[in-house]
Design a protein around this ligand. Structure first.
Ligand code: ATP
Length: 309
């Protein structure tokens, strides 16, 4: 497998305090990797180190197998960066701003500017001065700049900030299709898990500078799947009844009396009837859809780093 980006024991200290601690990442070509964490977790610091904008205090980063962007500046031709909508000239239009970037990146054809504007739905605003664009439009222009030169690796720090849900969906769709059609590798940071979950192949959960977990999409689907919660006075008898009368086998007895059932969600009334008919007392019976946000909080607690109040 070709790895586009790797870090080993990547660490950043500010004033003697670890802001990023020993982060190991291995990101293969074409993957969308999301760095998830609440405010202050260290996402921007991590992304800025990956962008070559912040010098690590310790550890290593490898881009396309090379250890330094400074001594290999041409690597930037393969990398698209988005840090909000900073660095645009306010009195130039959206298209003019992108054209500057096109020239800087040595992209020969103006067609790329039109294509980038079209990709982020900003064709109609191509002649609008940057200062007059809405916040969301500025964000989208930032993304257009990051993808204009068709980079192999995109590093996007909180690209969804300021976007409405429709715009977020469009951006997710665009990033998903870039990763599929061009095999673009995308590292994206966000505070909002529900936004990035649909497109991320893996999510790294960053908490107080430490990567507390890395979850692939199968694990996430499993951890957040729907189930029926059944609490009874006799879990052995209840389990027997579920298996014998309803052919339910995908369940776990979590603790004495508490059964989580992962199949036949629609048959909740049948479960109730079965238990009553066989004189099993039902103390609780309800469908549960665990939200991914709840799972993340649980994860942090498990790691002894419960979220701040
Ligand atoms: N230049 C700096 N000097 C000192 N401390 C810094 C500096 N940059 C970041 N920090 C600190 O590092 C920690 C992580 O900040 P960072 O901006 O990376 O977090 P974040 O997860 O991106 O947060 P947010 O979601 O709010 O943008 C914070 O405690 C912040 O105060």
């Amino acid at each position: 497998m070709t790895y586009v980006l790797r870090t080993a024991s990547l660490t950043k200290k500010y004033k003697g305090r670890n802001v990023i601690s020993q982060v190991d990442l291995t990101i293969p070509r074409g993957e969308i990797y999301a760095v998830l964490g609440k405010s202050g977790a260290g996402k921007t610091t991590l992304l800025r180190m990956l962008m070559g904008l912040v010098e690590p205090t310790g550890g290593e980063i490898e881009w396309f197998g090379q250890k330094s962007l400074r001594t290999n500046p041409r690597l930037y031709e393969k990398i698209g960066i988005m840090i909000g909508a900073s660095g645009f000239v306010p009195h130039l239009t959206a298209a003019e701003n992108l054209d500057i970037h096109r020239m800087l990146m040595g992209v020969p054809s103006r067609r790329y500017v039109d294509e980038a504007l079209d990709n982020v739905n900003l064709t109609a605003a191509r002649n609008t001065r940057f200062a007059k664009l809405s916040f969301g439009m500025k964000q989208r222009l930032g993304l257009a700049r990051a993808l204009l030169h068709q980079p192999e690796l995109m590093l996007l720090d909180e690209p969804f900030n300021g976007l409405d849900s429709q715009e977020m969906k469009q951006m997710c769709h665009l990033l998903g299709s870039l990763s599929q059609s061009r095999k673009t590798t995308i590292v994206i940071s966000s505070r909002v898990v529900s936004v990035i979950q649909p497109i991320a192949r893996r999510i790294g959960v960053l908490h107080e500078g430490t990567m507390v977990a890395e979850l692939d999409d199968d694990t996430l689907a499993l951890k957040t799947r729907q189930y029926t919660r059944l609490r009874v006075n006799d879990d052995k008898k209840a389990s027997f009844l579920l298996e014998q009368y309803m052919a339910i086998h995908d369940y776990t007895v979590m603790q004495p009396g508490l059964i989580l059932i992962y199949e036949q969600m629609e048959r909740l009334p049948d479960i109730a009837r079965l238990m009553v008919e066989h004189k099993v007392d039902i103390l609780e019976l309800c469908p549960v859809q665990r939200k991914i946000e709840d799972y993340m909080i649980e994860l942090m607690r498990e790691n002894g780093r419960g979220p701040n109040p």
